[in-house]
Design a protein around this ligand. Structure first.
Ligand SMILES: CSC[C@H]1O[C@@H](n2cnc3c(O)ncnc32)[C@H](O)[C@@H]1O
Ligand SMILES: [Zn+2]
Length: 431
C-alpha cells in the first residue's frame, strides 16, 4: 500500500465542524484511511496544509467542459438567441481535436479551482473521456441528444450514440468515469424518442440527465402541447427516478417541486448561467425545504464565463436570498453542502465528504490571504470569500493533481497555446 498524508491542515468534517488534523490516504484504493493528528510519519508522500483548510473537492454537477473554447465568444443574449444565433453554428464547426483541447482547457480550470468531480454533457465524448483520463479527475459523462433539427434516422442515431457511449464508457479511467443517457432537454428531443430510448437507458442501468425548466419559454410549449408541466411530462416518460438529475430547475411550480422530492431526483442549480442569460431565479430554498437534493453546476464557460465552483457557491447564496426575499435563505452551511456532498449525491457519486472510507477527493485552500482574514468562520469563508486562486493543492482518487498550484497531469502552458490556436481557427470557420 502507498500512502499520502495531507499534514498540518484544518479539516472540514461532514458535520461542517473544522478540526486540526492530518488526512491519511491509501493511494491504491483512492480512499481516506484515517483523519487524526500526527499521521505524517506513517505516509510515503506528504502534502503540506499548514495555514490551510482541507475541504472535500468541489463537485460540478452540470458542465459542458469543452465549451471553454467558446468562452467570451458570444455574450449578453438570452438562452434561445445565444444558442441559435451563435453557439450552435460555432459548435457545428468543432472538430474532435477542438473538443479535446477545449476539454483539457476546462479540466485545467477545474483542477486549479479545487473541483475534483463533474457531470458533463457534450458531443465527441471519447475525446472528453481521453482528456478526463489524462487529467486524473472523476466525471459522469454523456453524449447530448438533440432531435429537433434532424430527420428520423439522424434523431435515432443520435439517441443510439448516447446509449452506446453510456454503456461503453461506464467504469472507464480505472472507474473514475461513470456515464448517463443525456437528452439535451424536454423541448429539443421529440417525445417519441424519449418514449423509445428512456426504457433502454433503464435497461442499461444508467441515469438520465437533461436540462429542464431553464427558461419560461421552455415551459410554455410543453404545457400547450401536452397539457402538463414539464416535470410531469418527464415523470410520465419515466425520466424522474432517484438516480436521475436535471440541470437548472428555474421555473418549477409547487407540483413539480413535490414531484422531484417524492422521486428523489436531484436538481443542479446553475446560478451564474441563470443570471447571465437572464433565465430566472431558481427557488433553491423551497426545493431544499421540500427535501430535494440540490447540487451546484457552472454550466459551460460560454454562459458563465468561468468554471470556478467557489464563484458558483457565492452566487448561489446571493441569488438564493434574493429569490426568497430573505437574507437567511440559502445560508453558508447549505451552500457548502451543495458545493460538495449534495452535488455528489445528485450526480450519483460517493465523494464530497472527508471521513474514513470516503473517496480521497479533496482541495486545500490557502488561508494566508487578506480576504480570508480574520478566521471567525471557515464555512463562511468557503461560501462567501474564498476564490479559485486560493486553492493550493487538488487531490482526486488519492492522486495529487495539483501541488502548490502546479498542475501535474496536464501541461498548462501547452494546453493554453493549443487552445488559443484552436479557438482562433474555430471562429474563422464559424464566421
Ligand atoms: C447536445 S450537447 C449539449 C448542448 O447544450 C448546449 N448548452 C450549453 N449551455 C446550455 C444551457 O444553459 N441550456 C441549454 N443548452 C445549453 C451546448 O451548447 C451544447 O449544444
Ligand atoms: Zn447546460
Amino acid at each position: 500500500m502507498t500512502t499520502l498524508s495531507i499534514i498540518d491542515g484544518r479539516v472540514l468534517r461532514p458535520d461542517l465542524t473544522v478540526t486540526a488534523a492530518d488526512v491519511l490516504i491509501d493511494q491504491e484504493s483512492g480512499t481516506i484511511l484515517e483523519i487524526a493528528p500526527d499521521l505524517a510519519g506513517e505516509a510515503d508522500e506528504t502534502l503540506d496544509a499548514a495555514d490551510s483548510l482541507v475541504t472535500p473537492g468541489f463537485v460540478n454537477g452540470h458542465c459542458h467542459v469543452a465549451m471553454a473554447l467558446l468562452r467570451g465568444y458570444a455574450d449578453d443574449k438570452p438562452l434561445d438567441a445565444w444558442l441559435q444565433e451563435d453557439i450552435w453554428p460555432a459548435e457545428a464547426e468543432l472538430t474532435g481535436d477542438d473538443i479535446r483541447v477545449g476539454a483539457e482547457l476546462g479540466l485545467l480550470e477545474l483542477i486549479k479551482s479545487g473541483t475534483t468531480a463533474f457531470a458533463d454533457m457534450y458531443f465527441d465524448v471519447p475525446e472528453i473521456a481521453a482528456a478526463v483520463e489524462q487529467s486524473g479527475l472523476r466525471a459522469r459523462l454523456g453524449h447530448g441528444v438533440v432531435t429537433v433539427v434532424k430527420d428520423d434516422e439522424g434523431a435515432r442515431e443520435d439517441a443510439r450514440t448516447s446509449l452506446e457511449i453510456a454503456r461503453e464508457y461506464a467504469g472507464a479511467a480505472d472507474g473514475r468515469i461513470s456515464t448517463a443517457f443525456m437528452p439535451h432537454s424536454l423541448t429539443t428531443v421529440g417525445s417519441e424518442y424519449l418514449e423509445e430510448f428512456v426504457p433502454e437507458a433503464r435497461d442499461a442501468g444508467v441515469p438520465i440527465h437533461y436540462h429542464a425548466n431553464e427558461t419560461a419559454d421552455e415551459v410554455a410549449p410543453i404545457v400547450d402541447e401536452h397539457g402538463v408541466r414539464p416535470l410531469e411530462y418527464a415523470a410520465d416518460r419515466g425520466m424522474l427516478e432517484p438516480e436521475d438529475f436535471v440541470a437548472h430547475g428555474v421555473h418549477v411550480d409547487e407540483t413539480e417541486i413535490d414531484l422531484l422530492a417524492e422521486a428523489g431526483t436531484g436538481v443542479i442549480h446553475c446560478p451564474a448561467s441563470n443570471m447571465k442569460l437572464a433565465s430566472g431565479m431558481a427557488p433553491v430554498e423551497r426545493l431544499r425545504e421540500a427535501g430535494v437534493t440540490v447540487g451546484l453546476g457552472t454550466d459551460g464557460a460560454a454562459s458563465n464565463n468561468d468554471l470556478s465552483m467557489l464563484d458558483e457557491a457565492r452566487d448561489a447564496a446571493m441569488l438564493g436570498k434574493l429569490a426568497a426575499d430573505d437574507a437567511s435563505a440559502v445560508p453558508a452551511e447549505a451552500v457548502v453542502d451543495m458545493l460538495t456532498r449534495d452535488s455528489a449525491a445528485a450526480i450519483g457519486l460517493e465523494s464530497g465528504r472527508l471521513e474514513a472510507g470516503a473517496p480521497a477527493d479533496l482541495a486545500v485552500i490557502d488561508l494566508e490571504k487578506p480576504h480570508l482574514t480574520p478566521r471567525h468562520d471557515l464555512v463562511s469563508h468557503l461560501a462567501y470569500a474564498a476564490a479559485a486562486a486560493d486553492v493550493r493543492h487538488t487531490v482526486c482518487d488519492g492522486r495529487v493533481l495539483m501541488r502548490d498550484r502546479d498542475v501535474l497531469t496536464l501541461d498548462e502552458a501547452a494546453v493554453r497555446e493549443r487552445a488559443l490556436e484552436a479557438a482562433d481557427s474555430l471562429v474563422a470557420r464559424a464566421e
